[in-house]
Ligand binder design. Structure first.
Ligand SMILES: [Zn+2]
Length: 460
C-alpha cells in the first residue's frame, strides 16, 4: 500500500514548506516537490496544513478510580483521539499497593490488548516502592519498552509515595535510563482541607477547588524539582496549572536544571469561576482544579518561554450519572474531564488562530516534544523520511462548534459545549493507513499498536 499526499503546507516543530509526501507501508519514504511516483492512493492537500499526528501523553482510559471506571475504554478513547488529530496516547498503569508492577501491567494489558484503534503506550505509576519493585524497574525499561514512571505526592493510602521512596525510585530509574513523572501536590495539606470543609458541611464542587490552593502545587513542585536535581534523574511534572509552580521551574533553570513541564488544554482555557455554579461545576472537578485567569496567562507565556514543553489533556471522562456520585459531597465526585478529542483543535483555534503561539510551537508542544521526552523520536512526533506516517491534514479556516451531541468520546457532556472553533481536522493517517476521512473512522479496533519506547536522557 502506498499513499501520496500532494501540495500540503508541511509544518513540523522546525519547518514550514509546501511539498509532497510519499508513504510506503507504514513509513514516510520521500518528501519533495512534484513527486511523480505511482501511488495506490493520492490525497490533494492544497490549501491545507499537514502536520505530525498529535501525541497526548496523559490519558486515563477504562481506569478504575473512586469506585467506578473512566467512561472511555481503549476503543472509544483512541477513536475519539483520532477524530481530533491525536494518533497516539500514553495511558497510565496504576500499581496496587502491596502488589507488583507486573501484576498491574497484566491487568492493564487485559483491558487494552487488541482493543485500541490508535497507537498507545503506558506510563507505569509506582505507588509502592520497595526492594521487590526496585528489581522490576530495569525489566520495564529494557524488556517492556516502558521508560516513564509516574509518582503521586498526594492520595495517601492509595497512590502516594513518601519522599524516601521517591528518592530511591529516582536513583533506580536514573540508573537504567528512564524518567519520573510526578503529580506534584501536597497531599497532607489537601487531606486536611478536605476534612475541614466536610466537617463544616461545605460540600459543593467549589470546595474541591478551595481544598487544593496554589500553594499545595507550588510546594510539592519545588520539593520534586529539588529531589530530581539532587539525584540527577530526568523529571517531568504532569498537569502543571499555576504561576507558583511554574516559578519553581523557572528558578531551577538558573542552575541549568532541565525539568519538563506539561500543562493541559483546560488550564490554558478555563478558569475557576466555573465552580461558582451549583452542582454543574462537577463537570470540571479534576485534580489539580482549574485556576485563575492570571495563571492562564502565565502558562501561555511559559509555552513561549520554553518552560512548558507539552500540552496534554489528562483525559479522564465520567458520565454525568457517575459525577452524581458526589452530589452531596465534593470529595466523592470522580475527578476528571473529557478532552482527548478536542485538544488539537482547541489549541489551534485558541493558540495559533488567536496569535498566542506560532504554528511551529503548536506542533512542538502537541506532537514533537511528547515523542522526544518519552523516547519515541523520530519514529513518532515529526514528518521526516523514515518516520511513521502519522499525519494530520488540517483545514485552518473551517469553523465548527464543539458539542456533546457530535463528539465521539463516550461521555454525555462537554466541558466546552458551544465553543466555536476555527480550524478542523479533515484527514488523519496512522502508520500509512487513512484512519479518519470525511468524519468517518476507517480503521478497526485492534489496528492501534503498543509502541515500545527507548531510553531517555532528560534533554530535549
Ligand atoms: Zn492524570
Amino acid at each position: 500500500m502506498s499513499l501520496l499526499i500532494k501540495n500540503g503546507r508541511i509544518i513540523t516543530a522546525a519547518d514550514d514548506f509546501i511539498a509532497d509526501i510519499f508513504i510506503e507501508g507504514e513509513k514516510i519514504t520521500t518528501i519533495g516537490k512534484d513527486l511523480s511516483m505511482p501511488a495506490d492512493k493520492v490525497i490533494d492537500a492544497s490549501g491545507k496544513l499537514v502536520f505530525p499526528g498529535g501525541i497526548d501523553p496523559h490519558v486515563h482510559l477504562d481506569m478504575p478510580f473512586m469506585g467506578t471506571f473512566s467512561s472511555d475504554n481503549y476503543e472509544t478513547g483512541t477513536r475519539a483521539a483520532l477524530f481530533g488529530g491525536t494518533t497516539m496516547v500514553i495511558d497510565f498503569i496504576l500499581q496496587r499497593q502491596g502488589h507488583s508492577l507486573r501484576e498491574a501491567l497484566n491487568e492493564w494489558k487485559g483491558r487494552s490488548d487488541n482493543n485500541c484503534i490508535g497507537d498507545y503506550s503506558f506510563h507505569m505509576a509506582v505507588t509502592d516502592f520497595n526492594e521487590d519493585t526496585k528489581k522490576e524497574i530495569r525489566t520495564f525499561i529494557e524488556d517492556e519498552g516502558i521508560v516513564s514512571f509516574k509518582t503521586f505526592m498526594a492520595y495517601k493510602g492509595a497512590l502516594m509515595i513518601d519522599d524516601r521512596q521517591m528518592i530511591g525510585l529516582m536513583e533506580e530509574v536514573k540508573k537504567h535510563g528512564g524518567i519520573i513523572n510526578v503529580h506534584a501536590t501536597n497531599g497532607d495539606i489537601i487531606d486536611y482541607l478536605v476534612a475541614k470543609f466536610r466537617e463544616e458541611s461545605k460540600r459543593a464542587p467549589l470546595y474541591h477547588y478551595l481544598s487544593q490552593p496554589e500553594v499545595t502545587e507550588a510546594e510539592a513542585s519545588e520539593r520534586f524539582v529539588d529531589m530530581i536535581h539532587y539525584t540527577g534523574c530526568p523529571g517531568y511534572i504532569v498537569h502543571l496549572t499555576c504561576e507558583g509552580a511554574l516559578n519553581v521551574v523557572r528558578n531551577a533553570t538558573r542552575r541549568n536544571q532541565h525539568v519538563f513541564v506539561e500543562t493541559c488544554i483546560q488550564y490554558l482555557l478555563l478558569d475557576a469561576s466555573l465552580y461558582e455554579q451549583d452542582f454543574e461545576g462537577a463537570k470540571w472537578v479534576m485534580s489539580p482544579p482549574l485556576r485563575e485567569k492570571k495563571d492562564q496567562e502565565t502558562l501561555w507565556a511559559g509555552i513561549n518561554q520554553g518552560l512548558v514543553q507539552v500540552v496534554a489533556t489528562d483525559h479522564c471522562p465520567f458520565k454525568w450519572e457517575q459525577k452524581l456520585l458526589g452530589k452531596d459531597d465534593f470529595s466523592k465526585i470522580p475527578n476528571g474531564h473529557p478532552a482527548v478529542e478536542n485538544r488539537m483543535e482547541l489549541l489551534y483555534s485558541e493558540g495559533v488562530h488567536k496569535g498566542r503561539i506560532s504554528l511551529n510551537k503548536y506542533v512542538e508542544v502537541a506532537c514533537t516534544n511528547p515523542a522526544r521526552i518519552f523516547g519515541m523520536f523520530p519514529r513518532k512526533g515529526t514528518i521526516a523520511v523514515g518516520s511513521d506516517a502519522d499525519i494530520v491534514i488540517f483545514d485552518p479556516e473551517e469553523k465548527h462548534t464543539i458539542s456533546a451531541a457530535s463528539h465521539h468520546m463516550n461521555v454525555d457532556y462537554s466541558g466546552y459545549e458551544g465553543w466555536e472553533l476555527t480550524g478542523k481536522v479533515k484527514t488523519v493517517v496512522l502508520r500509512g493507513s487513512v484512519a479518519i476521512d470525511n468524519n468517518e473512522c476507517l480503521v478497526e479496533k485492534g489496528y492501534g499498536q503498543f509502541i515500545r519506547r527507548n531510553k531517555v536522557t532528560g534533554n530535549l
